[in-house]
Unconditional design. Structure first.
Length: 238
């Protein structure tokens, strides 16, 4: 908790990852500095996850959105692979048969996630009011279809949320999320179909329950985008 008694990110989520390219230490440093300055979390409690660099790995023939978008997709996918594999080996080692899990939730960030100054106040108001049926939470993003209001004014139900710089997943949605973002036919021959757009399809079908705060907790910092291949200014979508 912070000095005002507000819970930090690690108080709400079992594990926190930040995706960052190994050759972009500058971005990771800026991310860590913002975490500390905003009070969102102590940087040491966030696990750096090496991003897949699509320009190096190469890209499947069917994927037409470029190396940056491929690296983004594979990076998010690999985190879920790691979590599920870790849990499998833990179950084998411990002989776990009671259905309990190592992790009930993970928060996945990208190294351009930029937390607002009052983020913990907004986070607390959001987290204590989200419905128990949540599968995915967005702490930052862009509503491409107006969200639905819920019984609480601090909580929206997402119907089509873009951006992947700050979202959480619950254990019960891991496998479904993983299968969906890797469903190759949805990407075939499309010049601009990223993981963001793939997730929008699931949101619009209501494949799982998506919630977001009425005020975004995290925007995106300025910097060079490996997906757009251009310098972007600081962004936050309300």
């Amino acid at each position: 908790m912070d000095s005002n008694g507000h819970k930090k990110l690690s108080d709400w989520f079992d594990r926190i990852y930040v995706i960052s390219r190994p050759d972009r230490a500058d971005r990771l440093k800026l991310f860590r500095d913002n975490l500390a300055k905003s009070g969102a979390e102590h940087p040491d409690n966030v696990i750096p996850f090496p991003a897949v660099v699509g320009e190096i790995t190469s890209v499947p023939h069917y994927f037409k959105s470029g190396g940056g978008a491929w690296g983004c997709l594979r990076s998010h996918s690999r985190i879920i692979e790691e979590v599920l594999t870790e849990e499998l080996f833990n179950d084998m080692k411990e002989g776990n048969t009671d259905g309990t899990h190592l992790l009930d939730s993970v928060l996945i960030l990208e190294d351009d996630a930029l937390f607002m100054k009052n983020c913990l106040t907004v986070l607390s108001a959001f987290m204590i009011n989200i419905p128990d049926d949540w599968d995915q939470l967005y702490l930052g993003g862009q509503h491409r279809i107006n969200p639905l209001k819920t019984d609480n004014p601090k909580v929206y139900r997402g119907l089509c949320v873009n951006r992947t710089h700050a979202y959480a997943l619950r254990r019960k949605a891991f496998e479904q999320f993983y299968a969906h973002i890797n469903y190759a036919p949805d990407y075939f021959g499309k010049d601009n179909h990223h993981i963001d757009h793939q997730l929008e399809l699931a949101h619009m079908r209501r494949d799982w329950n998506v919630y977001a705060p009425s005020v975004w907790i995290a925007g995106q910092s300025e910097g060079y985008s490996d997906i757009c291949n251009e310098q972007l200014s600081e962004r936050r979508w309300e």
